[in-house]
Design a protein around this ligand. Sequence first.
Ligand SMILES: [Zn+2]
Ligand SMILES: [Zn+2]
Length: 326
Amino acid sequence: MGSTLLEKPEMGWDEDETSNEVRVERPMTKTGKGTQKILRDTFRTQSIGLSNADFVVVGWMAAMHLGCLVAPFFFTWSALGVCLAFYWLTGTVGVTLGYHRYLAHRSFKLSRPAEFFVYMLGVLSMQGSPLMWAATHRVHHARSDKDGDPHSPRHGKWWSHMIWLLIDNHRSKDPVFVNKVCPDLVKDPMIQFFEKTFVWWTVAFGIAMLAIGGLPWLLWGLCVRVVITYHATWFVNSATHLWGYRTYETGDDSRNLWWVALVTGGEGWHNNHHAYPRVARAGHQWWEFDTTYGVILLLKSLGQAWDVNDKLPDATRKGTPKLAKS
Ligand SMILES: [Zn+2]
Ligand SMILES: [Zn+2]
């Protein structure tokens, strides 16, 4: 695997100035030894126990899953509608479009109002603060299925799906980590605003659910919605590094898996994404449906998004991922 694209971390990017047709992704930052060490050592696979569990996260996850068990006894059609609407809004628009393709990969640009909207939906997913999410994900691309990958199934299927999240990881909470991995994001005042307030949006959301629709809306609009969105996102970390087909030789275990694409607004085309992480569209074939890309195009048609990086680099070009042998 001779491609620098596949071996170096994706810390930030520039465009290939020699071409006006395609954007070839390559790291912008010449990562020094210090950053390499951070990428390698921040996340370590370990057995979970009383000494290293993050009890705030464990408690929150337990409460949300418990809410799901109770929710069927409080079923109403309006509660189901609220659940599905916010599952799509926070999962597809907040996480897939906002946290992932916009924040972590900078695949397009957004107007300030659109930015605010997608960050708001992102924080309502309760998948962590924007910077922590983006930084963790960038490490995943930099160290995919190697030591340092926050969530590789090579270290256990359940580890990759959710156990990694339940560890109290002091290294990832060190500001040096985010500053090194997301130097292009840390100074943005809007990101900092959501960084400081992200939990309170969910507190306000929960109060609003209870006030408007009572316990059914709280249980379905918050607990069930959040848990469905969690497992959908987590399947990207577990299932799409385990099962499915490979279109590109990416040097990791990433795969394309239709049912994960279905529940995550297109993220299941994960091998495509690992091959071209900065491209805004994850579906590379006409039948690889990608609703998030549709939303990006909708925002573009409304003048709220621009500079959408949606050209696939020529696979025959030097330095681009090779097609996988079938
Ligand atoms: Zn991956
Ligand atoms: Zn990514």
